[in-house]
Ligand binder design. Structure first.
Ligand code: ZN
Length: 404
């Protein structure tokens, strides 16, 4: 039976590999890996061993390999995280990064004046980080390390929380390692309550990439992450813009209210460390890069809007053309109909004229016959014929009387 980190076992189906917890809004992997599987005893065969970094990330997810990442992450996500940390905790301070991978963020923190170290599960990747950045990185899990409770100012967990088989226990352990006013800086995928698996598949949603059930055991929403930390006594949580905002969330969390430092205060702190000026220069460069990127995006949007307007106007023109064509056709049809009526009227007029002519001709024939008769028999003959007719009528009357 799958149990959510919050204890609930009444989960709702989400996909073949995940269920949602209606109590706390977490997406829960149905078959995750155990805490034992999280540890790397043998780098050649264990899940988070050497192959995870060299093959799996590249072949299965299409990510750049660890050598490229060690270079590119520095100027991208590492600077984004550092900027957020500077707001809450400028150097000097003692910071640990859990799941530090190649160690570039640990190195950047060190160069910015922090006393920084990292933890990874694979001895191979730990060695890689040590060699690449000369950074103090240790083989985890963190529970096995000899770190004094209440000794750290901050712990960074970037893309770690979702991998933990028991996030409550690990986060509680991390809080215990912090000074009372220490903070956790967390980046993790953001599940949203409104997400629907069929819809994600249909729209090829970016969050689909986060659904790797054998690795991402718990995918939290803002509400469920807040609930988890509140449950272990860290009730102050501040969400920051995530660098990959379309699928991640990023937040600082603490047991006490945050202290906030201005940009000037952070810059002063950086400038006082030997390599801090290099970090400052990197931050300046990144800021310029982001400004030019957002300018490019704005221009792109402008071009898109204009293209849309041109398309709309063209569609409008085409629609008007069609309207004109329809109207022209209607006028032509009406003209044809009118011509048809005209022809019909002409035929009727002609036939009427010919009927009248015929009637006139017959009338003339009758009068000509009558005048012929007159000429033949004269007026007396007509009178005699009239007498005979009257006599015939009288005879008919007499016969009728006699019959009665
Ligand atoms: Zn839950």
């Amino acid at each position: 039976m799958t149990r959510c980190w919050c204890g609930n076992t009444e989960l709702l189906s989400f996909s073949k590999e995940y269920a949602t917890c209606p109590d706390c809004e977490t997406l829960v992997a149905l078959e995750g890996i155990s805490p034992e599987q999280l540890s790397v005893r043998d780098d050649e065969v264990d899940y988070y061993g050497k192959e995870y970094w060299l093959g799996h990330m590249r072949q299965d997810f299409g990510y750049p390999d660890i050598h490229s990442r060690a270079r590119t992450d520095l100027t991208e996500r590492n600077l984004h995280w550092l900027k957020a940390l500077l707001k809450y905790l400028p150097p000097p301070a003692k910071v640990l990064e859990l799941g530090c991978s190649h160690g570039s963020f640990v190195s950047l923190l060190q160069n910015s004046g922090y006393d920084a170290s990292g933890v990874e599960m694979s001895p191979w990747v730990v060695e890689f980080g040590r060699k690449t950045f000369n950074a103090p990185i240790f083989v985890g899990p963190v529970e096995n390390l000899d770190i004094a409770p209440g000794s750290l100012d901050a712990i960074a967990l970037m893309d770690v929380m979702e991998h933990l088989p028991d996030p409550v226990a690990t986060m509680a352990h991390c809080l215990n390692l912090l000074k009372p006013d220490g903070l956790l800086l967390v980046q993790t995928p953001q599940f949203r309550k409104c997400m629907d698996f069929a819809q994600l598949v249909e729209t090829n949603g970016v969050f689909l990439e986060q659904l790797k059930a054998d690795e991402h055991l718990y995918l939290f929403s803002e509400a469920s992450a807040t609930r988890l930390f509140r449950q272990i006594g860290a009730e102050y949580i501040q969400f920051e813009p995530a660098i990959f905002a379309h699928y991640d969330m990023f937040f600082a969390v603490s047991r006490v209210p945050f202290r906030h430092y201005s940009k000037e205060q952070s810059e002063t702190a950086l400038a006082s460390a030997p390599n801090g000026r290099l970090t400052l220069a990197l931050l300046d460069l990144r800021e310029r890069e982001l400004a030019s990127e957002s300018d490019r995006i704005a221009r792109g949007e402008q071009i898109q809007t204009l293209t849309l307007m041109v398309q709309e106007s063209e569609a409008d023109r085409a629609a008007r053309g069609e309207q004109i064509e329809t109207l022209t056709r209607m006028v032509r049809e009406s003209e044809n109909a009118r011509a048809g009526f005209g022809a019909q009227v002409l035929t009727l007029t002609q036939s009427l004229a010919s009927t009248e002519a015929e009637r006139n001709a017959k009338g003339e024939e009758v009068s000509s016959l009558l005048s012929d008769l007159r000429a033949l028999f004269g007026h007396r003959a007509f009178r005699l014929l009239a007498k005979i007719a009257r006599w015939r009528e009288a005879k008919k009357l007499e016969n009728r009387i006699n019959q009665q």
